[in-house]
Write a protein that binds this ligand. Structure first.
Ligand code: PLP
Length: 454
């Protein structure tokens, strides 16, 4: 046995990333859990980055890493896209905040309305979380109804209403710090259950149904065929508003998001991530008669207040305009989609070749992986809908005993798989995919040698 083979994946990770380890030691003293977003948490410590370009990023120990975290989905154009960098750099010199209106926000709003079918009028926020919060408030004010329906496992940010039912199996589990009264205003529909939706909406007390139109967590739990069409009918028939949370799918599933791809138009849409070209920013847009509630002179005489220091700040607007001008070309999404498909198929081939339980699946330019579990339709090709795996298991992903070594093993070989699922971009290349698939197979082989599959 060589010295390399004698080391475990985790030992190699620790030994080859000393500067990241040191950063983490300092981080835990100053930041709760040492990271600044729950999903960035990684044992024994996360990597610290110094720069990024295109499909790659570099860590403090000098390793080059092919990146699939891609700004948590914000970077469909890759890191530091030249047009976005130029727009941002120019704008920084002209001012980062005017405390007033500017032309870039007008251009930004027009670009959004031109691309996204449901959007007649758009309100900018600073994040996706704020966008879904505002969408729910608009829906409640517009309909005069209190309840919002969402689907178990769908993610809409971290505000009090969004967090209800975020986990599929934790219905009884209350999020600490969220008052019980909040739960009474939310209706959590079981995943993909349109019979439940039909019965509950018939009571006509639900203001809106909000969902990720890809299915929970960017198609981790895919929607059945015809689901969105039927949901549109059910909401229209009962005077319930339909909100598509396109924070991830917007400008990614197509230039006009999932709604343009399937031809189902919601009443409101929430956006963030790609919207602002990789800078902070969000938006809620939709039917003019609903959005009018933000207007000082709306017909109801009741205005919904909306301050927000960084709403449509000029730097995010400049980045957003540059990004949206590029993502309007469907070639961007087609490139990223084709590479993600290759990646998913390559992962499945590697799983079959190594004879381990697992599968990769996904839709558009997103992918997910699950190790330690057989799937009905594993044939070494691309999988969109995993057969025979319950929704809660899909949402949970690989058990930590396999998911963590997979992540560490891939990082040892210069690939950031994010949390076992991630995104391709227009900056990824077929060579990136080849290298990633090879790293994946090597990591599985090593995990097998370490006896991790039992
Ligand atoms: N909605 C969806 C579908 C998301 O994926 C996210 C974030 O990942 C959000 C809302 C929240 O957006 P933000 O992180 O900008 O607050």
């Amino acid at each position: 046995m060589t010295a390399e083979q004698a080391r475990t994946i985790e030992q190699e990770y620790v030994e080859s990333h000393p500067s990241s380890a040191e950063n983490y030691r300092r981080a835990v003293a100053a930041i709760p859990r040492g990271v600044t977003h729950d999903v960035r948490f990684l044992k024994p410590f996360p990597l610290y980055m110094t720069r990024a370009l295109g499909s790659k990023k570099w860590d403090v120990d000098g390793h080059e890493i092919i990146d699939y975290a891609m700004g948590h989905g914000a970077l469909i154009l890759g890191h530091s896209n030249p047009a976005v960098v130029e727009a941002v750099s120019e704008q920084v010199h002209r001012g980062t905040h005017y405390g007033g209106s500017h032309e870039l926000e007008v251009e930004w709003a027009s670009r959004v309305a031109n691309l996204v079918p449901s959007i007649e009028s758009v309100e900018f926020t600073s994040s996706g979380t704020e966008a879904t919060l505002m969408a729910m408030r608009l829906a409640r004010a517009f309909t005069g109804r209190e309840k919002i329906m969402k689907f178990a496992g769908h993610f809409h940010g971290w505000h009090d209403y969004a967090i209800v039912g975020e986990q599929i199996s934790g219905e009884a589990r209350r999020a600490p710090g969220v008052p019980p009264q909040i739960y009474e205003t939310m209706v959590v529909a079981p995943n993909n259950d349109l019979d439940f939706v039909a019965k509950r909406l018939a009571e006509r007390d639900v203001a809106a149904v909000i969902l990720e139109p890809s299915g929970a967590s960017y198609a981790t739990i895919p929607l059945p065929e015809g689901f969105l069409e039927r949901l549109r009918e059910l909401t229209s028939e009962t005077g319930t508003l339909l909100i598509f949370d396109e924070v991830i799918t917007g400008f990614r599933w197509s230039p006009g998001g999932k709604q343009a791809k399937v031809g189902v138009t919601p009443d409101m849409t929430t956006l963030a991530k790609i919207l602002a070209g990789g800078l902070p920013g969000g938006a809620v847009g939709g039917r003019a008669d609903i959005m009018e509630l933000l207007d000082f002179n709306n017909e109801t005489g009741k205005k919904i207040g909306h301050p927000g220091t960084y709403n449509a700040n000029p730097v995010s607007a400049a980045a957003g305009n540059a990004a949206l001008s590029l993502v309007a070309d469907p070639g961007v999404q087609q490139h990223a989609d084709a590479l993600a498909k290759q990646l998913r198929a390559g992962f499945n081939q590697a799983i079959v070749a190594q004879g381990v339980p697992g599968f990769a699946w996904g839709e558009s330019s997103a992918f997910h992986t699950m190790l330690g579990r057989e799937v009905g339709n594993q044939s070494g090709g691309d999988i969109h809908t995993p057969q025979g795996v319950p929704a809660a298991e899909l949402k949970a992903g690989s058990p930590a005993r396999l998911g963590q070594p997979l992540q560490l093993g891939m990082l040892n070989l210069g690939v950031d798989l994010f949390h076992g699922g991630g995104f391709t971009s227009s900056a990824h290349t077929p060579q990136d995919i080849e290298r990633t698939v090879a790293a994946f197979e090597q990591t599985l082989a090593r995990m097998k040698r370490e006896g991790l599959f039992g």
